[in-house]
Design a protein around this ligand. Structure first.
Ligand SMILES: Cc1cc2nc3c(=O)[nH]c(=O)nc-3n(C[C@H](O)[C@H](O)[C@H](O)COP(=O)(O)OP(=O)(O)OC[C@H]3O[C@@H](n4cnc5c(N)ncnc54)[C@H](O)[C@@H]3O)c2cc1C
Length: 498
């Protein structure tokens, strides 16, 4: 058992390390007006501000943030700048563009990784970015079978051969010495970042472009043309809502729920320990379990590993500054010990944060020209790259620009609303329980195929990618007409994590 770390919550280890160098931005105290008001200073809101001022210099943009820039998932995440699609590909495929539109979405996401890295370099934002790829390691035959199926699906949905590689156990070991690895997948395009450095660098960049960021200024009510904050009103022709996992608290429309994810970070490891582990390529690492974990080797040589924890708080609670409990610390530390049984480590910091999840696990970008209100959210665990794309797309929509981005399948996508409580709490917890049981069953039975419980859970939750295997075609007639076959979940977030 690992003790609860001295650093517990405090937003995150990443944010704590930046606290001294970060300016405090004053709250808005008097009513004002602007062209675009953005609610939420996470990656989505700040990317939207950046692109708005890029395409329309001189536009008056105000960002209203309830706490401080980077307070939400953007300052707490695992730092995977990845190609992973924020949603279930087979659901997007049912839109009018069919599979070709999903493939276009995938292409744009891969390009967006490069876009973010290029902007960081262009503006001298050091976010510890290393493009070391993503290694997904399988430690059971069932997990390896899922990885083969995931690769087939990746190729069907537009990835090229060289963008997703199957690895044998030796090839996994050459990258990272993971105990018991039976194989893996490798995605070269993925980069590791320090998310706090990224989001706070973005805030400073937006400010240099004339954007005003008001911290400690929570939006209380949003209506066409105005945002009400305590003691003041911001009048704005256009309002962009970028509150992701916090949205239900603000809007109360059950469109998104806050699903929790937790991370622990070790003390820095020694050169000798790293010598035994490898990981010289700084790959983003995950396993292929149903309740999977995600990890990175940080710039200061710690391992940050995230995943299991309390999945959902009754009534869409968002968990404040992210304290975690003993059970979560132990579960994550155990998983790290499974990867590296000989590693002696102590946990320096633990924290948690919330992801925005829609009822069909698909993200969306929306803009209504009549009301001037837009929103980009629901990335589940895949929001670091998607926030760039979402912010960029919101900017295009708000400026009336007709671009390739505004035709992607997540634009205007609508999922049904989440059930009211207590059904919502029961449903999410039951889903997690099923995935945990399925993992245990597969490990204990050394089974070669995915446990039926996980398949059932994935279908019930809307996570399974249900595809037909024919070539891409636009769908105009009934989306249900093709013969369809249920696949196990290829999505990387059967637990709502990245
Ligand atoms: C632990 C964890 C690990 C993750 N790991 C990864 C990863 O490795 N890779 C990946 O791609 N994705 C990951 N994600 C998801 C990713 O971090 C998010 O999808 C992304 O950061 C969302 O950015 P955002 O700006 O939309 O939302 P947020 O960063 O959550 O920002 C929303 C902001 O809105 C503010 N706000 C809320 N209510 C109000 C209000 N009423 N008025 C004003 N402001 C308000 C909040 O304070 C917050 O700052 C992870 C998430 C978590 C929690």
């Amino acid at each position: 058992m690992s003790a609860i770390p001295a650093g517990n919550g405090e937003i995150s280890l990443w944010m704590t390390a930046q606290a001294d160098s970060e300016p405090t931005r004053p709250a808005l105290t008097a009513s004002t007006d602007c062209d675009v008001a953005i609610v939420g200073a996470g990656m989505t809101g700040l990317w939207a501000a950046y692109y708005l001022t890029l395409h329309a210099p001189g536009l008056r943009v105000i960002v209203l943030e309830a706490e401080q820039a980077g307070f939400g998932a953007s300052g707490r995440n695992g730092g995977w700048l990845s190609h992973l699609m924020p949603g279930n590909r087979s659901v997007y495929e049912q839109g009018p563009g069919g599979r070709a539109a999903v493939a276009a979405f995938q292409r744009v996401l891969i390009e967006a990784v490069g876009e973010v890295l290029a902007i960081l370099a262009q503006h001298g934002i050091d976010a510890d970015a290393v493009r070391g790829g993503n290694l997904v390691a399988a430690t059971t035959s069932a997990a390896m079978q899922r990885l083969r199926e995931r690769r087939d699906a990746d190729l069907r949905y537009g990835m090229a051969d060289g963008e997703v590689l199957l690895l044998d156990p030796a090839a996994v070991g050459e990258r990272i010495a993971i105990s018991g690895a039976v194989g893996g997948l490798y995605y070269p395009c993925v980069a590791r970042v320090n998310p706090a450095k990224l989001v706070l660098g973005l805030a400073r960049l937006a400010e240099t472009r004339g954007v005003t960021i008001c911290e400690h200024t929570p939006a209380r009510r949003i209506r066409p043309g105005a945002v009400e904050v305590p003691g003041a009103t911001v009048t704005a022709e256009r309002v962009l809502i970028c509150t992701e996992g916090y949205s239900d608290r603000l809007l109360g429309d059950r469109r998104l729920i806050p699903v929790n994810s937790s991370i622990i970070a070790t003390e820095p490891l020694t050169a000798g320990q790293w010598h035994r582990i490898g990981w010289t390529g700084r790959e983003c690492l995950s396993d292929a379990a149903h309740t999977f974990v995600y990890a990175q080797r940080t710039a200061d040589d710690r391992i940050a590993i995230g995943g299991r924890g309390r999945p959902y708080r009754f009534g869409s609670g968002t968990g404040g500054r992210g304290e975690i409990d003993q059970h979560t610390v132990d579960a994550l530390a155990r998983r790290l010990a499974d990867f590296f049984p000989d590693l002696r480590f102590s946990v320096a910091h633990g924290w948690s944060g919330v992801l925005g999840v829609t009822r069909d696990w698909c993200a969306f970008v929306d803009y209504d020209p009549a009301s001037g209100i837009g929103m980009s959210a629901g990335y589940a665990g895949h929001g670091v790259t998607a926030a760039n794309l979402g912010g960029r797309t919101l900017a295009d929509l708000a400026l009336g620009r007709d671009t390739d981005l505004t035709r992607l399948p997540w634009v205007g996508h609508r999922a049904r609303r989440w059930e009211p409580e207590p059904a919502r709490w029961l449903g999410v917890h039951a889903m997690y329980r099923m995935f945990r049981l399925a993992d245990t069953w597969e490990e204990c039975r050394r089974s070669a195929s995915t446990c039926a419980l996980a398949r059932f859970g994935a279908r019930l939750a809307g996570l399974a990618e249900t595809t037909d295997n024919r070539t891409a075609r636009p769908r105009s007639a009934s989306p249900r007409s093709a013969s369809r076959q249920a696949q196990p979940p290829h999505s990387q977030h059967p637990g709502g994590q990245p």
